[in-house]
Write a protein that binds this ligand. Structure first.
Ligand SMILES: NC(=O)c1ccc[n+]([C@@H]2O[C@H](COP(=O)([O-])OP(=O)(O)OC[C@H]3O[C@@H](n4cnc5c(N)ncnc54)[C@H](O)[C@@H]3O)[C@@H](O)[C@H]2O)c1
Ligand SMILES: [Fe+2]
Length: 381
């Protein structure tokens, strides 16, 4: 058998409490003179964001911010962001925030140099080669949640506001030049966001680990990522100022995202339509649908999950792992059903049709048919 694959783990990560103070230096090092800090509305007035702007300003880089960014950011947010970038004469983006701020910031830096519409760069085949890669502005990423791992990813998830679908926009240069992982920035997350984002990191590791593709590097990273979540998410949830727990969750988040180069699966395929239609939190949605998807995939992953359980110190093979996931959810306050997040049963057919064509569906170890997706939605809601 000939084994071939394309792997990529190139982000420069500056990891450590307090390292946000290096922000201006890293911006300058990648050639920025007038960066635009892109974040979401909620973060725009918070002290961590104002402090980042202070650091830029003190270094002579101005204090420009674009914050018209929704959770589950849209093409409209993107258009407005590109406009602000051009109008302000900016030369780089500080993508600052959770997945929403990071994804939109990365997309602004990318689209600032393009003439074609954003949907032409969806993550399909080699569509990314359509881009004018010289026009892409440099990106410095600063995560303030520990979940999506967008800070080390080569894609952004943008919601199409007309069709209410989440699309993955991909280009290798979406990859930030530098990422600052400062766990102190995540201390102020509300409990529900700590839980949801932490479960997103776990979902990335679990789905990457379970996907059938050949990627042993990601396989190892996914396994250790799950271990970090197991050890540190309950601690970070209970005691938000536990910097050691926050730091390890930040690692787990970045690891989940490099691991999911190996593929994601039906947890994300179900979660994406729910998020796009009901605007639920991405990670929390993943956490709710996780057990039914695990059970659905059992025939294909039973032995693999038993190995993971052994590594994680969980007795009882697949069943033990399944029970552990239920306990973890309970421990961090994840509801059992999607109805608790405001999801109704009236759009199941539509969501199932969206789930099976979601780009993540191809990585699920058991084929996600329309019928299976409907049954899973009924169970999850
Ligand atoms: N690019 C990727 O690979 C990838 C992967 C998974 C998810 N995503 C996307 O990421 C988004 C979700 O990101 P998220 O889960 O990080 O949530 P988020 O970015 O939407 O943030 C959730 C809320 O938490 C607030 N918040 C963020 N950091 C905070 C802090 N330190 N203190 C206080 N409040 C804070 C925000 O203002 C917001 O109200 C979704 O749009 C999802 O589709 C992207
Ligand atoms: Fe995710």
């Amino acid at each position: 058998m000939t084994i071939t694959a394309n792997w990529s783990y190139p982000t420069a990560i500056k990891f450590g409490a307090g390292r946000i103070k290096e922000l201006a230096d890293h911006c300058k090092a990648v050639g920025m003179k007038k960066p635009l800090l892109v974040t979401d509305r909620g973060l725009s007035t918070m002290a961590i964001t104002q402090n980042a702007l202070d650091i830029l300003e003190a270094a002579g880089l101005g204090r420009a911010m674009f914050a018209e960014v929704d959770p589950n950011p849209t093409d409209r947010n993107l258009e407005a962001g590109v406009k602000a970038f051009k109008a302000g004469g900016h030369d780089g983006v500080v993508a600052f925030g959770g997945g929403s701020g990071l994804d939109l910031g990365k997309a602004v830096a990318f689209m600032a140099g393009q003439t074609r519409p954003v949907w032409d760069f969806e993550d399909i085949g080699d569509w990314w080669t359509r881009a004018n890669s010289d026009g892409i502005a440099p990106i410095v990423a600063v995560p303030t949640t520990a979940g999506t791992g967008s800070e080390v990813g080569r894609a952004s998830v943008i919601t199409n506001s007309e069709t209410h679908t989440k699309k993955v926009i991909f280009h290798p240069k979406f990859l930030p030049s530098v990422t600052i992982c400062d766990p102190e920035l995540t201390v102020g997350m509300p409990k529900v966001i700590t839980a949801g984002t932490g479960m997103d990191a776990f979902a990335h590791c679990l789905e990457a680990y379970s996907s059938p593709f050949y990627h042993p590097m990601s396989q190892g990273i996914a396994l250790e990522g799950m271990r970090l979540v197991k050890e540190y998410l309950p601690r970070a949830y209970k005691e938000g100022t536990d910097i050691e727990a926050r730091a390890n969750m930040m690692s787990a988040a970045a690891m989940g995202a490099v691991a999911f180069q190996k593929g994601l699966g039906a947890i994300h395929s179900l979660s994406h339509p729910v998020g796009a239609i009901y605007n639920t939190h991405h990670g929390m949605t993943n956490a709710v649908v996780m057990p039914p998807v695990l059970a659905f995939n059992r025939p294909a992953i039973e032995a693999k999950i038993a190995s993971a359980a052994a590594y994680l110190g969980i007795a009882g093979g697949f069943d033990g792992f399944f029970d552990y996931v239920l306990r973890l959810r309970e421990e961090v306050g994840v509801p059992d059903k999607l109805s608790a997040l405001g999801v109704g049963t009236d759009r199941i057919d539509e969501m199932a049709a969206m789930a099976i064509v979601d780009p993540t569906a191809g990585g699920n170890p058991v084929e996600l048919t329309l019928d299976a997706a409907k049954r899973l939605f009924i169970e999850c809601i």
